[in-house]
Design a protein around this ligand. Sequence first.
Ligand code: Z16
Length: 833
Amino acid sequence: VEASIPEPLREAWRKHSATEFTTKDEFEKDLVRHIETTLARSLYNCDELAAYSGTALAFRDRLIIEWNKTQQRQTFTDQKRVYYLSLEFLMGRTLDNAMLNVGLKDVARDGLSDLGFRVEDVINQEHDAALGNGGLGRLAACFLDSMATLNYPAWGYGLRYRYGIFKQEIVDGYQVEIPDYWLDNNPWEFPRHEITVDIQFYGNVKKYQDESGRISHSWEDGEIVQAIAYDVPIPGYGTKTTNNLRLWSSKASSGEFDFQKFNAGDYESAVADQQRAETISAVLYPNDNLERGKELRLKQQYFWCAASLFDIVRRFKKTKRAWGEFPDQIAIQLNDTHPTLAIVELQRILIDKEGLEWDEAWNIVTKTFGYTNHTVLPEALEKWSVPLMQNLLPRHLQIIYEINLFFLQSVEKRFPNDRDILSRVSIIEESHPKMVRMAYLAIIGSHKVNGVAELHSDLLKTTLFKDFVKIYGPDRFTNVTNGITPRRWLHQANPRLSALIAEKLGSYDFLKDLTLLDKIEAFVDDKAFREEWAVIKRENKLRLARHIKATTGFDVNPNALFDVQVKRIHEYKRQQLNIFGVIHRYLSIKAMSAEEKKKVVPRVSIFGGKAAPGYWMAKTIIHLINKVADVVNKDPDIGDLLKVIFIADYNVSKAEIICPASDISEHISTAGTEGSGTSNMKFVLNGGLIIGTCDGANIEITREIGEQNIFLFGNLAEDVEDLRHRHFYGDFKLDPQLERVFDAIKDNVFGDKADFSALTSSIEEHGDYYLVSDDFNSYVTTHEMVDEAFQNQEEWLAKSITSVARMGFFSMDRVTNEYADSIWNVEPLDVTD
Ligand code: Z16
C-alpha cells in the first residue's frame, strides 16, 4: 500500500518540514530541547552522559534529514547501486565523526561550552560500536565512509549483534573476556519494525511436476525466524549524501506456530522458542582469521544473506524491470566468504520463486557478485560440513551440488586429459564428512575475485586459486590494495596534524583527495613547519602517556621512543617475536656498565590486542607480555631505559589515541601471511615510522614512501616454504640470541617457566612454523638501526614528514573508486542541491 500524501495536502508538510541547525544558537536550542524533552532531564541533573545523548540526538536529527533526502534521490534516479555484505562492521564511535563530516564540530564545541561542557569529554562518553574483530570489519566501516563521501549509491548489510566483540580486562596478567552489551540508549540506529523478512531453516525439499512436465522444487516445513531491519545513517564527509547501513536482528516469527503453542498452554516451550530465535543475532563470533564450523554461525550467515537478498530483490521488483537487468541495477560485494550463501540464495529465488531457467538465472547471479578474499591462512578458509548443511539448508545444498555439477562438466570438457583437476577444484571436498569449500563456491559464483594487497593477490593466483586461474583465465582475478579513511584516521584522530597540513595547503581539500598531501613535501626543510610537526607528535605522545598512566598506573617518559604493536594477537602476526626482542633488550641493558647505559635510547614498548577466547597460544603471548612488564617496569637497573606496557581492550577509539602517538610501530608478520594490514597505513599517515617484514601492504608502503623511510627486515615470502621444510627435516639451530632469551624464561625470570613452555617449544621443538628464530637476528639488528636513526631527530623528522606526504595512495577513496570501476561498474550520484 502506498502511504504517500496526495499533492493537494502537501502544503502543510512542506511548511513544517524539519530544518537543520547551522548556528551555535540553533544547536543549543536543539540540544536543550532534546535534554528537556527526549531525555526528560534539566539543567539541574545534566551530567556528561546526558550532554552526550542530547548532542547525539541533535546531530542525529541532521543526519536523518539528509539520509531521507539521499534515499529519495537514489530511488528517484534509479541507477545502479552497490550492496556491501559484511558480517562485521567495526564502526567505533559515531558522534565525533558525524560532527566532522557535517562540518559543525566547532559549532558544537562553542555551544557545549556555553552550557558548561567540553566537547572532548562529551565525545568520550560514547560506547564504541564494535561489531567486528579486526581488519576485515574496520575495512567495511572505512568502505561505508568512503562510499558516502564519494556519493556512491551504496548500502551496507550486516547483523545487529546484541553483543559485539568482548571487552578485554587483564587480571594477573591474563586476558579475561567481558560481554559487550552495547545497545541500550544507542541513538544511532532506527528500528524498522515494519521491515521484516521470514527466514526458513531445516525442513525438506519436495519435487513437483506440472502438466507440461516441468520440474520445480519447493522447500517446505522447518522453522521460521523473523528478521527485523535496523537502519544506521552513514554520513559522507563534506557532502549531503547520507547512505544506509541495514542491520538485521532476529526474533521469533509471529506466525501461527508460536500462537498455537501459547494457546495450547505450552508457555515455557513457546518462550524457549523465542529465546532460540533471538540467539541467532545475539553474539559476534570473536575469531579473527579462524573459522570453526559451528552450526549457529552458519545460521547467522544464512539468516543475514536471506534477509538481505529478499530486501534487494523486493526493491528491484518495485522497478518493474526485466530480470535480465538485475546486474545492471545491482552490484553485490561479498566481504570474504561469510556471505557466500547469498549466491545460492539468489539462484534459489530466481529458479524456485521467480520461475527462471537455470542458465538465465546463473548468468544473472555471476554478473551480480564480486568476492574479496582477505587471507591465505588455511585455518581461516571456510568449509561447511555437508551433513550440517543438508540438515539446515536442504534446498541450498541441492543447488550447490547442481552448480558444482555444471562447473565440473565444463572443466572436464576443457581439460579432458587432466583427471586430478576435477577433485582439486570441486566445491565438494571428498573428505569424511564431505565439506563445502566456500571460497571455491564464491569464485565460481562471482565475476571478479580480488585480494587486498599485491603480494596477497599474487599468492592467491599462484597458490590457493591457481587451478581457477587456469580455468577462468587471469582476468577474473584482480588486486585492489586496501586503504583507510583519512577522515577518521587523520582528521578525527589527529586534529592538530590535520590543521597544520590544511594551513600549509590552504584548505582541507586533501581530506577528499589524499594525493594532495604530496604538496607538504615542499615544506620538509621549513624550520617552523618542522618544529610544529615535532610539537604535535609530542602532544600526541603526552596524550597517550596520560591514558597509560590512567589505565595501568605506569609513568612513561614522553621523550622515549614509543614502539607500538597493536592488532589482534595471532601467532602469524608474531607479537612473540616482539616480546622476545624486548626481553633481549632487557637482558642487554642489565649486562651494561653505567657508562654503556648512557648511550641507550630509552624505549617504551607498547602492546595491545585481543586474543580469541579459545586461542591458547595467543593468550599465552598476552600473559608473557604482562609478566615481562611486571619485571622490567620495576627493575631499578632499568629505570627509564625500558618500559613495557600492555594496553587493555584495544579498540577503534583507543586506536584513535594510539596511532598518532607512535614513533615506530611493528608490522612483523611472517612473510606471505598478512593479507594487507591496515594499521600500518594508519601509523604512517600519522607521522610514525614503521618496522616491518616484506608482507601485505608493507611492500606497497615501501614503494610509495621510499625504502630509506621504512625499516624492513626478515626472510621473504618466496623463501618461507623452503625454511619450513628445513625445520621439518631437523636442519635447524636456534638463533643464539634467542636462546639467551629462552634461557632467561627457563630460569623463571618472568614467573613460572611452565606457563610459557608452549611458546618456547613451538619454536625449539615443533618446527617454528612462523619462523621466529629465522628472523630473530635480522629483527634485533634492525631495531639497533631504529635506535640509531632516532638519535638523529632532525633526520627522523624528515622521514616522518616525507612519508606522510607520500601516503595519498592509501586513501580508502582510491580503493572505493577502483572497486566501482573494475568490479561494480557503478557511478557516483551527483548531489547538486
Ligand atoms: C580479518 O580481519 C582479515 C582476514 C580474514 O580472513 C578474516 C578476518 Cl576477521 C584481515 C587480514 O588479516 C588483514 O591482513 C587485512 O588487512 C584485513 O582483513 C582487511 O582486508
